[in-house]
Each structure stands twice: as structure tokens, then as C-alpha cells.
Design a protein around this ligand. Sequence first.
Ligand code: GDP
Length: 296
Amino acid sequence: MASALTEKLTRLVKEMRGQARITEANVQDMLREVRMALLEADVALPVVRDFIARVKEKALGQEVLGSLKPGQALVGIVNKELAATMGEGVADINLNAQPPAVILMAGLQGAGKTTTTAKLAKHLIEKRKKKVLTVSGDVYRPAAIEQLKTVTKQAGAEWFPSTPDQKPSDIALGALDYAKKHFFDVLLVDTAGRLAIDEVLMQEIKDLHAVLNPVETLFVVDAMQGQDAVNTAKAFKEALPLTGIVLTKLDGDSRGGAALSVRQVTGAPIKFAGVSEKIDGLEVFDAERHAGRILG
Ligand code: GDP
């Protein structure tokens, strides 16, 4: 099925009929449409600029100028470049560590960290046959600790208790020790987030990272955050060596342009997509399919 963008570009090309051939100026017009499509999908402006520059270079090769269907040829290039930027192939969770493999969850409050922690626990239990322990380092919101307990149970994993009067790094060390003694394969560490980026909290998660030495540090980000996702991603990338991204709420009606922005800013692969509030609403991220969604 032709995307809305393909249709727009095809219309543009039809308007050019009568001209002997597609020119560089026509390609510029088409690229303007691509730019609009990306902005409509909420991809951040600097990311769009970079992206268009890369596509332009490719488009001005013979591929588009010499093509019988230049609109389609351009969409082909855009699609391929989008998928390549967001990462090709499947990037599964890395558990390549002396057990327990520690996975640290980072991101703003409301991004979906706790939900994703449980979804990931279920994924690792069912798909990778692992014994999984979860723990919450969110000492600011007792409700968050309880929430993790509830969803961990739903996932069929074990939950390690923590209380608001403890230091997050002490909680983490306690959980790690318990995980070692009881032969857990994976320890998932949920963390506190705030609505805005916060120095104290960033230091806290840096300390947690230092104590835990996780094999995966996953940045959980809400696809509905759109343009703002860039600033959040920058802040987390500066604080932590991110190893992967989980893009949540892709069941919402955003076109998911945040995927492109966050990937470009962090350089980390997008590993999973959250596609519902339910415990089984986690999918391995499919860059090609997502490219189609961004283009609308
Ligand atoms: P946290 O503050 O980062 O731990 O975020 P939560 O895990 O508490 O999630 C915040 C809200 O987003 C909750 O209402 C979740 O049910 C919801 N949520 C998380 N992931 C998804 C998702 O992939 N799709 C939808 N529709 N809702 C989600």
C-alpha cells in the first residue's frame, strides 16, 4: 500500500509532467515534502535536518533523477535511510555477564519504567527461560515500590522488597547479594524518575550504575513525548552509558518520530517497543515497520 507520503510525491511528479526530466529542483521540492512528513511525525528539527542532508546526497545520485517513478524511488531511499538510522536487525537484551546480569531502567517518571520492568521480566522468563528478580530503587514514591511488587507478580518473577527510608545504592546492593545467593540469572532494577530532569536524581542513578555495573542500561522513553524526547535523551545519555532504548506507548496515536530523534541523540539501539498497558504489551522493535509509521 502506498503511504501518504508516496501519494504526495507522486502528485508532485505528475505536476512536473511535461518537463523533459526530473531536475535537482524537483528533488528539492520532494525533499520538502519528506521534511514536512518527518516534522509532522514529531521528529526533532536538528535530527530532521541531518536526515534530509543524508537523503539528499543519495537522492541526487542517479537513483531518483534517472527513475521512471521518482516519487517512489525517493520514498524507497527515505524508508531505507530511516530504518538504517533506527537500527537494522534485531537488538535483543544482552545477558552476557556473570549472573546475575543486571539491567538498570532509566527514564522520566511516567515514561513506563515500572510497567516495562515487569514486561521485560516476563519476556526474559518466557523467551529466555531466565530466573528473574526485580527491585525498586524509587524511594520517593512508596506507591511505585508497591506497583512494582504487583506487576512483578503478574510477570511470574520474584520481587525484592525495599522501603523509602533506605538509600537506593544500599537497596541495589542488598538485591544483588540476594540474587547471587539465590542463583537468579537476571536482576532488573527500577529507578525513580521525575517529571523534569533533576540533578539530584541524575547523580543518584549514576551512583546506582557505579554500584551495580549493569550489563544493560535501558533508557525508557514515552513515544508520545515527541520533540521533548530529545532533551530527555540528551540528559540521560550524558549521565549514563546507555546500552538500549525502550520506546513505550506506541499504541498511542503518535507517529513515533521520537524513535528517530532518540536513536540519533543517544546512539543506542532501540530494543523494545511498548504497545499496551498490559504485561504482554512488549514487542521487539522493528525498525522497518516503524519507518513506515513515521512516514504516515
Ligand atoms: P514510570 O513512572 O516510568 O515507572 O511509569 P509507569 O510504568 O508507572 O507507567 C506510567 C503509565 O503509562 C501507566 O499508566 C502505564 O500503564 C502506562 N504505560 C506504560 N507503558 C505503556 C505502553 O506501552 N502503552 C500504554 N498504552 N501505556 C503504557
